[in-house]
Design a binder for this molecule. Structure first.
Ligand code: NDP
Length: 437
């Protein structure tokens, strides 16, 4: 019954129903409208709005591309290629965090190699004239449409698997079909012993598609205009630096909420399979048809500011993980770290201790790492300048997501650590923005 307690403490049932219904009913059409507006309506929300006002539901049905054989083929080949890399590229064996029922999943840390092989293969296919990435851009709507339906079926598979063939004891039912489907049942679902489904959906399909599509947009602009604008270069470089950082640190990601606490359900898997390739990459999608000339100096300022934010975000995560890995025996900002020894009880009744870092980045606020995360997204969007607001959708969405996540994480830690979390909050009183929030 582990999932039941988890699901109930994450959000109330009402919030779960509202959030699930809105995700199911609003997100798929939003993905299509976002793509349509960026690619066919000049990035202008009012243009799309006027079209819909004029043509109504029939117009919307006409906008929605049907998944074609080409779209399915692209998704299939990409998915199989990434799954093969995940399974067969060598990597160090890494143990993840101990789960609430005391399991410790093991992973193969081959993300950076898979990322490198993917980008080199993709760019080589284009360079040697074997496959032109503009095909992906030209079928983007059909690909998103296929992903929307394919991922829904995949989430149903996860739900059934959670019921009939769970991979470990870290699985359970809340007794409510909707909550089980939405928040997921299994924490570490696997196919066989070695193929970790969440590593595939979150990292190798979702995050990898971000880099692949960033490169695609860049190549499309080059093929159309014979050159790449400096705005597109800044956008692509920052997104690639961010995704490179992600794969560099992928084993660290396996210790975060997404993997260690959130179960494999619609919320996280559909998000990674559909929302990441469409919404996360959308500033680049916009720039393809809107090349802005920033000038070298402004382009460099934005680039440096973005890289700095990505570095700070990385350093926050690194500091916390190094601190935990060395059991507090490390140096934080030139000094021995200050910390709280927090004890808690696992669901099996065992008493354990975790260390909470209260110095370095982690003394500024309890989720300071979200500040540079949001700013980095702003810096890879701002090359689009301010002719249209839609390219900023990802920044707004990310801000809402991370503020909600900070609340979810605080609630979870409060119930896990009790008085120790209270002590931590008195030492580090701000949730995200030091001095303000
Ligand atoms: P983490 O899971 O990395 O950190 C939160 C966890 O760390 C808590 O649940 C707690 O886990 C532990 N913890 C909390 N405070 C402390 C402390 N003071 N000292 C030591 N451990 C502590 O956070 P996220 O998963 O939210 O973020 C990871 C990265 O992913 C960040 O860089 C974030 O910006 C990024 N991210 C990006 C998103 C995107 O869509 N672009 C979405 C979400 C995150 P425990 O139970 O072990 O104590």
């Amino acid at each position: 019954m582990a999932a039941a307690t988890e699901a109930k403490t994450v959000h109330s049932a009402v919030v779960t129903y509202v959030s699930m219904l809105s995700l199911l009913s609003l997100c798929p059409p939003f993905v299509i409208l976002l793509w349509y507006t960026m690619v066919h309506a000049d990035g202008s929300v009012s243009q799309t709005w006027n079209f819909l006002k004029q043509h109504g539901l029939q117009g919307f049905i006409e906008i929605w591309p049907r998944p074609t054989a080409t779209a399915w083929k692209i998704i299939f080949v990409y998915g199989v290629f990434e799954a093969a890399l995940q399974l067969f590229v060598p990597g160090k064996r890494i143990e993840g965090p101990i789960s609430p029922t005391g399991n410790q999943p093991a992973y193969k840390a081959n993300g950076m190699a898979a990322y490198f092989v993917t980008l080199v293969t993709y760019i080589s296919l284009w360079w040697f004239g074997i496959f032109n990435p503009t095909v992906v851009y030209d079928h983007l709507g059909e690909i998103f449409s296929a992903l929307i339906f394919g991922s829904l079926v995949f989430c149903i598979f996860l739900y059934i698997k959670g019921h009939v063939a769970p991979s470990s004891t870290d699985s359970g039912s809340s007794g409510n079909l909707i909550i089980d489907f939405y928040w997921g049942m299994e924490l570490y679902p696997r196919i066989g012993k070695n193929f970790d489904i969440k590593v595939f959906t979150n990292c190798r399909f979702g995050m990898m598609s971000w880099a692949v599509l960033a490169v695609t947009y860049c190549i499309k602009q080059y093929e159309v205009n014979g050159k790449v604008s400096d705005s597109m270069l800044v956008n692509t470089t920052l997104m690639l630096v961010y995704v490179t950082k992600f794969f560099w640190w992928e084993a660290g990601y396996w210790n975060t909420m997404d993997i260690a606490h959130d179960r494999a359900g619609f919320y996280i898997c559909w998000g990674c399979l559909v929302w990441v390739p469409s919404v996360y990459t959308s500033p680049g999608m916009y720039l393809v048809n809107h090349p802005v000339n920033l000038g070298t100096q402004l382009a460099l300022y934005i680039l440096v500011a973005g890289i700095l934010c990505i570095y700070i975000n990385y350093d926050c995560d690194r500091q916390r993980q190094e601190f935990r890995r060395t059991n507090g025996k490390c140096i934080v900002w030139g000094k021995a770290p200050s910390k709280i020894e927090a004890t808690y009880t696992t669901t099996s009744g065992e008493t354990k201790t975790s260390l909470l870092l209260t110095s370095g980045w982690w003394s500024l606020s309890r989720h300071f790492h979200y500040v540079p995360e949001i700013l980095a997204a702003f810096f890879w969007t701002v090359p689009a300048l301010f002719n249209h607001l839609l390219p900023y959708f990802y920044v707004v969405f990310l801000t809402i997501l991370l503020f909600d996540r900070a609340k979810r994480d605080d609630d979870r830690c409060r119930s896990k650590y009790g008085k120790y979390w209270k002590l931590y909050c008195s030492k580090v009183p701000y949730k995200i923005i030091p001095g303000i929030h």
